[in-house]
Design a protein around this ligand. Sequence first.
Ligand code: PMP
Length: 342
Amino acid sequence: MQASAMGESASGITNGFVGAVGDTPLIRLHGPSELTGCTILGKAEFMNPGGSVKDRAALGILLEAEQEGLLQPGGTIVEGTAGNTGIGLTHLCNARGYRALIVIPETQSAEKIGLLRSLGAEVRTVPAVPYRDPNNYVKLSGRIAEETPGAVWANQFDNLANRRAHYNSTGPEIWRQTAGGVDAWVAATGTGGTYAGVALYLKEQNPKVRCVLADPHGSGLYGWAKSGDLSISGSSITEGIGNSRVTANLEGAPIDDAVRIDDQSALDTIYGLLWQEGLFLGGSVGINVAAAVETARRLGPGHTIVTVLCDSGDRYRSRLYDGDWLAGMGLRQPQRFGLEAG
Ligand code: PMP
């Protein structure tokens, strides 16, 4: 799957939903750039047709399953997901004649769960339990796939088709869009597909590209990257990122540094992006852009740093953009005048 196969055709007409995935803009973030003296760029993955970075993984996984003959017309794709992979998969299932069965922890936003239902997925919400529990949503989705005739388990965490999609599309797009001038790549990881696929590709083009893993609290990956310790403390309101284990997709990815960002900094960052840039984005973007700013500070002025704008704030309006909900989580809703004064 090459970048061009995911994106435009020679005529400029895209081939259905599938053809519209990828080839997203790389947006210069003025506030973070001016703050640091670096060029901080966000890959606009919220502009994918299913609304998130996970359209690429969903497409890569589906195309490989088709190529391997695992999916027959009318077949079912089963997946455990924080929402975005399920949303991308359900769009793709509609476009290509499959059924989508989605297992999602009930802690995820009502917007994502409602959207999955509107798109026509069969949705099973389950209690959020740790990965070691047999009823964890990922393990449950694997068992459901096994028990369902004609079903394929997307298995985004450990199916390397996920990171191959980013190695073959997101990475080359970033390299092209920066004309090879990227100094650092910064991203939080859920499955690790985005981070690892892009990091592997960019390091192959230029081993000096610094690859930085961003992580929220409540995840073991920052400690693992820094000192090999996967233990977890704290928690985060962000969705779709952080992990208690090293997935097959993250395994072997180059990691030069790691940055941990707290929820309040992530919130301040996404509200700043809304008020200063007009970009309305989700919580993982706050972790990513705040980590890109921290990376810029560590590198010093004059560097070009790329990160990911994973999805839209629309998916979290009742949470990240609701003052009462934030107060209930012990967080402060940023105030516009406060930012302008600061
Ligand atoms: N941000 C959001 C909002 C997500 O849904 C995900 C995927 N779970 C990620 C970031 C991380 O992407 P990846 O799975 O490729 O690590």
